[in-house]
Design a protein around this ligand. Structure first.
Ligand SMILES: [Zn+2]
Length: 503
C-alpha cells in the first residue's frame, strides 16, 4: 500500500480573549519540548532507541509514578500538571529535533575528518542546537474532542490552568475517505488555525517500467514547461503513440510582467539607498510579494497539470529535466525575471510530483536535450518560426514548427511535449538505443489552440543539432497531421488561470 498525506487547513473562530490561551498553550508546548531536548542531550543513548522506546525511557527519567517516585530530571520542576498527551506530543517534537541535530552533527564531523585526513583546512561551522523553540503544538487525542464539521473542543493552557473551550471551524470539511492525524495549532499572523494531516492509502501503482512495457493502454501525460506565455503544454498519449489530448496552460506573460514591475521597483529602491548592507535583506515586502505570487502560480499550474492528467486517466506524468540556468543579459529586472521563471519551473515540477502522487500517478523526467528541435512524428530536425515568417531555420522561442521531412506543422511547445512523452516510452522499450522511435499516428480529432505571439521562449537553448544524428532518413512514415485548430486565437485556451492579484 502507498500512502499520500496532505494537510487540511481550517480557520478557528474564537472569542478574542482566547487568543492569549492559544499563545500560552504554544509557549508551554515549546517550554516542555525544550526541556526534553535537554534531557535527551544529557542522555544521548535515548537516540539509539525507537520513538516508542525513547518515549518510555524519557518518561521514566522525568515523570514520577508509583514505581519511579523520584525521577532524575523531573518535568514538574519546570511545569506542573502537564497532561500526559500534551507531554508526549512535546517529547516527540523534541525527539524529532534531537534526531535531526544529531544527524547534522554526525555529518559535519565526517566532513571535518575527511578534510583533515586530506590535510585541508576545515572552516565550516558546526551545527548548533536550537536556540529558540517555535514549534506548533500538536494536539493528541485527549487534548481535543467532539470534532464536527463546524466546531471542536480544545483543551488549552490559560496560563494558570487547563480549560476546555469550544471553537468554531471554517474552511474545507474533512473528506470522508481519509485517515486523519493529530491536529496542530498554527499561528498565522495574529490568527490561529487548525492544521490536520490527512492520510490517504491506496494500492501502490506499478513501476513506470512495468506500466510502459506490459500495458499498451498505459496513458502518459507529457509536460513541456516554458518561460513564455504558455507556462505548460501538456499532451496525453498512449504507450503505442496515439495522441489523445492537448492542453495549454497560459499566464506566463502576466506573471512576467508583474514580476518585472516589482523587480524594477526593487532596483530603483536600491539605486536610491545606495549600497546594500551585507547579509541583510532589502525590500523585504516586495520580495515576499514576488515569492508569494510565484508560489501560488506554481500551485495553480501544477494543480492544472495533474487535473488534466487525471481527467484523461493518465497514470504517468513526465517532464524534462530542468538543465542549468544560463545567464541572460539585460537590465536587473530582466535577469531577475528569467532567474525566477526558471526557479518556478522547478517548483511546478515539485508540486506536480506530489499532487500527482496523491492521485496515484507516478512522475518521471527525461533528458531535455533538443526536445524542441526534434519532430515528434519523424524525429528529424524541425524548422521553428513565427507567424508570417518563412517556415525555415530555427528561431529559438518562436511559436510554430514545420518539419520539412514529413510535413508536420504545429505549435512548437506542443511538439516538444510530445517528444518528451516519447522519450519516456523509448527509454523502457529500447533500453539499449534510446532513439529513434516509431512514428506517431495521426491524432484523433483533437483541437489544440495555437499561440499567436510569443518571441521570448527558450532563449537559453543551445546551438542547433548536428545533422549527423538525423542521417537515418527514409525509414519512417509520412502520415500527415490535421492542422485543424492550430491557428485558433489565444483566447480559445480553456480555463485561463486566475491570478492572486486579480481578484
Ligand atoms: Zn517530421
Amino acid at each position: 500500500m502507498a500512502k499520500a498525506t496532505t494537510t487540511l487547513r481550517q480557520v478557528l473562530n474564537y472569542h478574542p480573549q482566547h487568543a492569549a490561551w492559544f499563545a500560552a498553550t504554544r509557549a508551554l508546548f515549546n517550554q516542555v519540548a525544550a526541556f526534553y531536548f535537554e534531557v535527551i542531550t544529557a542522555h544521548q543513548s535515548v537516540l539509539a532507541l525507537s520513538n516508542q522506546e525513547a518515549l518510555t525511557a524519557l518518561e521514566t527519567l522525568t515523570h514520577a509514578t508509583k514505581e519511579h517516585p523520584t525521577p532524575i530530571m523531573p518535568l514538574a520542576e519546570i511545569a506542573e500538571h502537564v497532561p500526559a498527551m500534551f507531554r508526549r506530543a512535546a517529547i516527540h517534537a523534541a525527539l524529532g529535533s534531537a534526531r535531526s541535530f544529531s544527524t547534522h552533527l554526525a555529518k559535519w564531523r565526517a566532513r571535518k575528518e575527511q578534510a583533515q585526513a586530506k590535510g585541508k583546512k576545515f572552516t565550516e561551522r558546526p551545527p548548533v542546537p536550537p536556540r529558540t523553540w517555535n514549534k506548533s503544538p500538536t494536539l493528541y487525542a485527549g487534548q481535543w474532542k467532539e470534532r464536527t464539521e463546524t466546531s471542536i473542543l480544545l483543551k488549552l493552557w490559560t496560563g494558570t490552568c487547563w480549560s476546555w473551550i469550544k471553537v468554531r471551524i471554517t474552511g474545507r470539511a474533512l473528506p470522508a475517505d481519509v485517515k486523519t492525524g493529530s491536529p496542530s495549532l498554527i499561528r498565522r499572523g495574529n490568527h490561529w488555525w487548525l492544521h490536520t494531516p490527512l492520510e490517504k492509502r491506496f494500492r501502490s501503482p506499478p513501476t513506470i517500467e512495468q506500466q510502459v512495457t506490459t500495458n499498451t493502454a498505459t496513458t502518459i501525460c507529457a509536460v513541456d514547461l516554458n518561460l513564455n506565455e504558455q507556462l505548460a503544454v501538456c499532451t496525453i498519449q498512449t504507450v503505442e503513440g496515439t495522441i489523445l489530448a492537448t492542453t495549454f496552460i497560459g499566464g506566463g506573460r502576466a506573471i512576467a510582467g508583474f514580476r518585472k514591475q516589482l523587480l524594477g521597483r526593487i532596483a530603483r529602491n536600491r539605486r536610491k539607498t545606495g549600497i546594500i548592507a551585507e547579509g541583510e535583506q532589502d525590500n523585504v515586502h516586495l520580495w515576499r510579494k514576488i515569492n508569494n505570487v510565484d508560489d501560488s502560480l506554481a500551485h495553480l499550474v501544477s494543480a492544472r497539470i495533474v487535473q488534466f492528467a487525471k481527467q484523461h486517466e493518465a497514470t504517468i506524468v513526465v517532464f524534462e529535466h530542468l538543465g542549468t540556468l544560463k545567464p541572460t543579459r539585460g537590465k536587473y529586472s530582466h535577469r531577475g525575471n528569467s532567474k525566477r521563471a526558471f526557479w518556478m519551473k522547478g517548483r511546478i515540477f515539485m508540486y506536480a510530483k506530489y499532487k500527482a502522487y496523491n492521485e496515484g500517478m507516478l512522475t518521471s523526467r527525461v533528458s531535455p536535450r533538443h526536445t524542441s528541435r526534434e519532430c515528434a512524428r519523424c524525429h528529424r530536425l524541425v524548422a521553428r518560426y513565427a507567424e508570417g515568417q518563412p517556415a525555415e531555420g530555427y528561431t529559438p522561442g518562436a511559436p510554430l514548427v514545420f518539419c520539412p521531412e514529413c510535413g508536420m506543422r504545429g505549435n512548437a511547445d506542443r511538439n516538444a511535449s510530445l517528444v518528451i512523452g516519447q522519450r519516456l516510452i523509448t527509454r523502457y522499450q529500447k533500453p539499449s538505443q534510446g532513439k529513434p522511435q516509431a512514428p506517431l499516428r495521426v491524432e484523433r480529432g483533437e483541437q489544440s489552440p495555437g499561440v499567436a505571439v510569443c518571441q521570448d521562449a527558450k532563449c537559453e537553448e543551445g546551438p542547433s543539432l548536428p545533422q549527423a544524428r538525423h542521417a537515418d532518413r527514409n525509414e519512417h512514415g509520412t502520415a500527415h497531421e490535421t492542422d485543424a485548430g492550430m491557428d485558433a486565437s489565444i483566447s480559445a485556451i480553456p480555463h485561463p488561470l486566475r491570478f492572486p492579484w486579480e481578484s
